[in-house]
Design a protein around this ligand. Structure first.
Ligand code: ADP
Ligand code: ADP
Length: 224
């Protein structure tokens, strides 16, 4: 069965119905693109599946666990150990160097600062930004910051990476490079990726695509 499954999700933000019965399944190691127009509920679906937001209705199953009803403690633990997240603008912590940004998730999981910084350096090197480890996010180009965000999402060895428009702030060349690097790092580590994008060229990197319209899965497409 799927590693992560959302069934019939309903979620309102005030009077806006962001999700109206959305379902999606993510299998182990799979790269799934969620596409659809702005406002169709893509981010809300990702937030519900990542345990960041609780749906008003429906369920989210991660292996044997009901994410939508489990405790906050269990959710924060899962986010540290099993899940990695990449957002559109990286959202690195501006006061920390790039190395410390990437080391932080490991330190929160109990790794020593020295060991965490060493592993952060390896991941930054893998994404071609090893030489920028001492820079702060404000000193990085958009592409360098997104590579740092990828390193931060993957450094803990997650089983699922949630990527919400990871290339949305980049030009198309930098976006394609970052996407190719995300896909190859995920394949190498066996992580599944839930990828939100409105860019067909980015969606083409996925194994499968789900299209949302008005808070529901409108169509499923097979392997691309
Ligand atoms: P997408 O990612 O496809 O653009 P979202 O899930 O971000 O869609 O948003 C779905 C709908 O819910 C939109 O109408 C959006 O404006 C609304 N929405 C999303 N988040 C919030 C929020 N925190 N408060 C109010 N409305 C929101
Ligand atoms: P993302 O990069 O995740 O798509 P957005 O720009 O859609 O980010 O949303 C950023 C934040 O603002 C999210 O927490 C989202 O829930 C919230 N948000 C989105 N749309 C609205 C809205 N119409 N009203 C209030 N908050 C919103």
């Amino acid at each position: 069965g799927p590693l992560l499954a959302a069934r019939d999700l309903v979620k309102s933000h005030g009077r806006t119905d962001a999700l109206r019965g959305a379902s999606a399944e993510l299998h182990a190691g799979e790269i799934l693109a969620v596409t659809g127009p702005s406002g169709s509920g893509k981010s809300t679906l990702l937030h519900c599946m990542a345990g960041i937001v609780r749906p008003d209705g429906g369920s989210v199953h991660y292996e044997g666990l009901r994410l939508d009803i489990c405790t906050e403690d269990r959710l924060s633990e899962l986010r540290r150990t099993d899940f990695g997240v990449v957002f559109q603008f990286g959202r690195l912590i501006p006061e920390l160097t790039l190395t410390d940004n990437v080391a932080l998730p490991l330190m929160l999981a109990g790794t020593s600062r020295r060991e965490a910084r060493a592993r952060a350096g390896e991941w930054l090197g893998r994404f071609g930004v090893g030489h920028r480890g001492d820079a702060r996010p404000g000193e990085l180009s958009g592409g360098q910051a997104q590579r740092g965000a990828l390193a931060r999402a993957l450094v803990t060895g997650p089983r699922v990476v949630f990527a919400d428009e990871p290339t949305g702030a980049l030009d198309s060349l930098a976006g394609e490079q970052v996407m190719a690097e995300l896909v190859s790092a995920a394949r190498a580590s066996g992580a599944a990726v839930l990828l939100i994008t409105h860019d067909a060229q980015v969606a083409a990197y996925a194994d499968r695509e789900i299209r949302l319209a008005d808070g529901r899965a409108a169509a499923m497409e097979g392997a691309i």
